[in-house]
Write a protein that binds this ligand. Structure first.
Ligand SMILES: NC(=O)c1ccc[n+]([C@@H]2O[C@H](COP(=O)([O-])OP(=O)(O)OC[C@H]3O[C@@H](n4cnc5c(N)ncnc54)[C@H](O)[C@@H]3O)[C@@H](O)[C@H]2O)c1
Length: 266
């Protein structure tokens, strides 16, 4: 078991990637706190874990609200005594080009995606530093590594990369490792609205991926397990794309280029 008796606090743990991380971590011996804006979802994740023989607690949290974060962290510590692993996974994405984005929607992206990491991490780090041991994993996005739309969300995700690096250098000597995973397209409920408008979106996206498919929540959970376990004990400050090769280069451009080269001379 890679996470025996570690206490893992996962924001956005009621759905998609967060739920997959909660379930995989629990199966590796972690005591899991699934925390979500929608408490019923968090409780459902915990119930799934308990009925599979694991240990878990479902809690309400709003990562953009320091008071609510503090209450959830206190409840987790009251139950399990400490937090060893924090996974900053909660997220949403609203809007695209800045000229179509009002300030409220800009703020919502930044508040949840970027400020949420700041709020949750600063409340958990002192306990980790006291024990000289802890892991923080931020779930960023390929959108934070290059421009592929969704301006506010992407700017917030890019901010997460730098915040990850700064936290890694500031708290390494407190025994805390801080890393980020940048997922490519993953089949989760975050896509529900878009799929309603564009039912073929996943089929349209798959050919952009060198590995020929979009990802699953488990693809991310497995990388998260590695980075949060002692197998990664000398890894901190990295932004790891888990994206089927999307950001390795421009695959479609490359294919077009080969097509041009392969054309017989006229
Ligand atoms: N699915 C993808 O294609 C994809 C790609 C790259 C990155 N990501 C990132 O992965 C993370 C998880 O996304 P997902 O795809 O599993 O989405 P999801 O919608 O299935 O899950 C996100 C969860 O976060 C919760 N949440 C939203 N706002 C919150 C808040 N203020 N406080 C607490 N919880 C809140 C939601 O209730 C939901 O349960 C997000 O950070 C997302 O940006 C997803």
């Amino acid at each position: 078991m890679k996470l025996e008796d570690r206490v893992a606090f996962v924001t956005g743990g009621g759905s998609g990637i967060g739920r997959a991380i909660c379930e995989l971590f629990a199966s590796e011996g972690a005591l899991v706190v699934a925390a979500d804006l929608i408490p019923e979802r968090a409780v459902e994740t915990a119930e799934r874990i308990v009925s599979a023989g694991g240990t878990a607690l479902g809690l309400e949290i709003d990562v953009a609200d320091a008071g609510k974060v503090e209450r959830a962290i206190d409840a987790a510590i009251a139950e399990y005594g400490r937090i060893d692993i924090l996974v900053n996974n909660a997220g949403l994405s609203v809007g695209d080009r800045i000229t179509d984005l009002d300030e409220a929607r800009w703020d919502l992206n930044i508040d949840v995606v970027l400020n949420g990491v700041y709020i949750c991490s600063r409340l958990v780090i002192p306990g980790m530093a006291e024990r000289q041991s802890g892991v923080i994993l931020n779930i960023g996005s390929v959108n934070g590594l290059l421009a592929i739309g969704e301006s506010a969300y992407s700017a917030a995700k890019a901010g997460m990369v730098n915040l990850t690096q700064n936290m890694a250098i500031h708290y390494g000597d407190d025994g805390i490792r801080v890393n980020l995973i940048a997922p490519g397209t993953i089949r989760t409920p975050i896509w529900d609205e878009r799929l309603k408008a564009e039912p073929g979106a996943f089929e349209q996206l798959a050919p952009w991926y060198p590995l020929g498919r979009i990802g699953t929540p488990d693809d991310i959970a497995k990388a998260a397990l590695f980075l949060c376990s002692d197998d990664a004990s000398w890894i901190t400050g990295v932004a790891l794309p888990v994206d089927g090769g999307l950001t390795a280069g421009n695959y479609r451009f490359n294919k077009d280029l080969q097509g041009v080269r392969e054309k017989p001379a006229t």
